[in-house]
Design a protein around this ligand. Structure first.
Ligand code: GLU
Length: 226
């Protein structure tokens, strides 16, 4: 097991995501990572080791401003626990960034198809295949991120809870799950996501646990970046 946390809204995302990852440590993990959007660009930091190691690395390497953030604790299934294989993972364009708990069983076939179309991979994970599959579908079929996720997941065999956002449309996080748990907290013009409700319990008691198979896009009525 392992964990997912995310936030989009009017608050600073970093403390919510970092504290959320700490609350999910009981689930077990070998690496941790975080991505923030600061209104201009994505900032990403990830490391093998504990959430405390991530916190230290972030304090040395990046500013923590931003109202959109996703964080992950990884339990490696595809590729050894190391910094590169840790989540979040970028798509090749650098626009999409994704976290994933679970397994993409048919990732080898999907990866081959993407390599044939010119995609390159820096990690050994099944997850990096998924984020690029979503990107390829989004470009090829000229659809929005939510639709691209839906189409991509129809091609995927496996179990997952995912969260992904697009730096070009930073008013939404798209989430999906099959098998792995995922809770959504709904606040006032803000959304929280997490593997269980503990990361956002002090902010809202309006929580939804996604059904067995589902996906949704959490889109703010107003973007915090205007
Ligand atoms: N299969 C993915 C990986 O090995 C996700 C593992 C997890 O659930 O944390 O990176």
């Amino acid at each position: 097991m392992c964990g997912i946390v995310g936030y989009i809204g009017h608050r600073e995302a970093y403390p919510i995501v970092l504290n959320g990852l700490k609350r999910l440590e009981y689930r077990g993990y070998d690496s941790a990572g975080i991505a923030l959007y600061d209104g201009e660009k994505i900032k990403l930091c990830k490391t093998k080791g504990k959430v405390a190691d991530l916190e230290l690395k972030v304090s040395k390497e990046m500013a923590t401003i931003g109202n959109l953030g996703i964080g992950h604790t990884r339990w490696a299934t595809h590729g050894e626990p190391n910094d590169v294989n840790s989540h979040p993972h970028y798509s090749n364009s650098g626009d999409l960034v994704l976290i994933h708990n679970g397994i993409i069983e048919n990732y080898v076939v999907l990866k081959k198809e993407l390599i044939n179309r010119g995609y390159t991979f820096s990690s050994d994970t099944d997850t990096e295949v998924l984020v690029n599959l979503i990107e390829e579908i989004k470009k090829n079929e000229n659809v929005k991120l939510g639709k691209a996720v839906q189409i991509a997941l129809n091609e995927v065999v496996g179990a997952y809870a995912i969260a992904v956002f697009d730096r070009k449309k930073p008013d939404e996080i798209v989430v999906a799950k099959l098998g792995s748990p995922l809770a959504i907290g709904i606040g006032d013009n803000e959304f929280f996501i997490a593997s269980d409700a503990s990361p956002f319990i002090e902010f809202t008691n309006n929580a939804i646990y996604l059904e067995a198979v589902s996906y949704t896009h959490l889109t703010l009525p107003t973007t915090p970046y205007v």
